[in-house]
Design a protein around this ligand. Structure first.
Ligand SMILES: [Zn+2]
Length: 389
C-alpha cells in the first residue's frame, strides 16, 4: 500500500496530552500515513518522502472525532414529538416506543441504508469513530438484527436491550429483565463489544438500580464491557452503580450530587463521564457543569447521543460549541473531550489522538485553528480527510 504525506498543516492538534488543554499543538506540520496508520508526524521541514502528497493549504488538522454514544439503527420520524416538547410537553422516555414500533416494521435493507446514511453524515462532519447501540428492537431477533447491521460499519457496538421496558412487558418487568439478561444477551453478545442500560428512576419506562445491576453484571459475565445511561432526568443511582462496577463510561450526568462527582473523580482512571449536551439542548434541560467536573479531576468525554427522540443531531462540532457556550469548557478542552476523552470512554488509544502507530483518522477544518469549531458554531467547517485518491 502506498504512503501519503499530508503537508501544509497550519495547526496540527495531536491530543497527545502535552501543552495547553493537552492538545499537543504543532504548527507548520506534516503527517505521513502508511497502511492507514500514522507513520510519522512533525515539522513539515523534516518530513520524509512519500508516494503521494496532499497539501491542505494551511488548514487545521485534528484527530477525527470519536462519537462514543449514538443510537443510529432506527426507522420512523419523531419530529412532531420534538415540536410538542418545545411547546411544553415534558420528556419521560415514552417516545422510544414509537421508534421501536417503526424499527421492528422496517426491513433489513432499509435499516442498513438508514444507518449508512447517518454514519456518512457524521463522517462529513469530521467523525471517524462511532459507537452504535441497539435498543429499538427489544426482542431477541430485533436486537440481534440491529447489532449485526451495526457491526458491518463499526467495531463499537453496544447491546442496549435494556433501553426501555417494551409495552408488552409493562405489567411484568421482571420477565423482561430475565429476557434481557438471558436469551437476548446470549444471542446479542457475539455482535456486541459493550452492554448498556438506561438506569433512570425518573422514567417509568427505564430501569431501576437493581434491574440495571442485573443487566450489567450479566453483560460482564458474557464478556462485554459496561456503559450506563445515568442521571439524565434527575439525581439517581446510575453514576454510583457505574463506578462500583467499573464501567468504562456513564453517560448524560446531567444531575450530579457532590458524592457523584467525588466518586467519578476517584474513578477517573476507570470510568469516564460522557456528557451529551445535544440532549440538554433538545430537551431544554439544564446543562451539567463540565468545567467543575474537570476541576474536580473527573475524566470527561463529549458525544452526540444522536437518536430520534432527545437529540437528532449527528454533529460533534455542534456538541463542541454547546460544551463551550453552555458547559464552561474552553475550546481546547472541548476538542480534547470529543477526541481523546471519548476514545478513552471506549478504552481505545489508537483513535482520538495522532501519534506514530495510531490510526490515521484525520479531520480537516476550513479554518486555521481548532478554536473555530466553537467560534464558528453552526458553520460546516469540519470533515474527515479522505486520503485515498
Ligand atoms: Zn443514549
Amino acid at each position: 500500500m502506498s504512503s501519503t504525506v499530508v503537508t501544509g498543516i497550519g495547526e496540527l492538534v495531536t491530543c497527545d496530552g502535552t501543552g495547553a488543554d493537552g492538545l499537543g499543538v504543532q504548527t507548520d506540520a506534516a503527517v505521513v500515513v502508511q497502511d492507514g496508520l500514522v507513520a510519522w508526524l512533525g515539522p513539515q521541514a523534516g518530513a520524509p518522502a512519500a508516494d503521494r502528497r496532499l497539501d491542505v493549504g494551511g488548514r487545521a488538522v485534528l484527530p477525527g472525532f470519536v462519537d462514543s454514544h449514538a443510537h443510529l439503527v432506527f426507522a420512523g420520524d419523531r419530529g412532531a414529538e420534538f415540536a410538542a416538547r418545545m411547546a411544553g410537553t415534558p420528556y419521560d422516555g415514552g417516545g422510544i416506543g414509537v421508534s421501536v414500533a417503526a424499527t421492528r416494521a422496517a426491513g433489513d435493507d432499509e435499516l442498513r441504508a438508514l444507518l449508512a446514511a447517518r454514519v456518512a453524515e457524521m463522517r462529513a462532519q469530521g467523525t471517524t469513530t462511532v459507537e452504535v447501540k441497539s435498543g429499538y428492537g427489544l426482542t431477541v431477533e430485533d436486537e440481534v438484527r440491529a447489532l449485526r447491521i451495526a457491526r458491518e460499519l463499526t467495531a463499537e457496538t453496544t447491546f442496549l436491550g435494556a433501553h426501555v421496558v417494551p409495552g408488552e412487558y409493562a405489567d411484568d418487568r421482571a420477565a423482561y429483565v430475565d429476557l434481557v439478561t438471558g436469551p437476548m444477551l446470549e444471542a446479542a453478545a457475539p455482535y456486541a463489544r459493550w452492554v448498556d442500560v438506561f438506569c433512570e428512576p425518573h422514567s417509568a419506562h427505564a430501569f431501576t438500580a437493581d434491574e440495571a445491576r442485573a443487566v450489567l453484571t450479566a453483560g460482564r459475565a458474557a464478556g462485554l464491557g459496561l456503559r450506563v445511561h445515568g442521571n439524565q432526568l434527575g439525581p439517581g443511582p446510575g453514576v454510583q452503580l457505574a463506578v462500583e462496577l467499573g464501567a468504562a463510561s456513564v453517560d448524560h450526568c446531567t444531575f450530579l450530587s457532590t458524592a457523584d462527582v467525588d466518586a467519578l473523580a476517584d474513578a477517573a482512571d476507570t470510568t469516564v463521564a460522557t456528557l451529551l449536551p445535544g440532549v440538554e439542548f433538545s430537551t431544554r434541560s439544564p446543562y451539567p457543569d463540565a468545567a467543575a467536573l474537570l476541576r474536580a479531576g473527573v475524566s470527561i468525554a463529549l458525544a452526540t447521543d444522536c437518536n430520534p427522540g432527545t437529540c437528532y443531531s449527528s454533529s460533534m462540532p455542534f456538541v463542541i460549541a454547546l460544551a463551550v457556550r453552555e458547559m464552561g469548557l474552553t475550546p481546547g478542552q472541548a476538542v480534547y473531550a470529543a477526541t481523546a476523552g471519548s476514545a478513552r470512554s471506549l478504552r481505545r488509544d489508537d483513535v482520538g489522538r495522532l501519534a506514530v502507530g495510531a490510526r490515521a483518522d484525520l479531520t480537516v477544518l476550513e479554518a486555521p485553528s481548532h478554536v473555530h469549531l466553537s467560534y464558528r458554531a453552526g458553520v460546516p467547517i469540519a470533515r474527515a480527510l479522505e486520503l485515498e485518491a
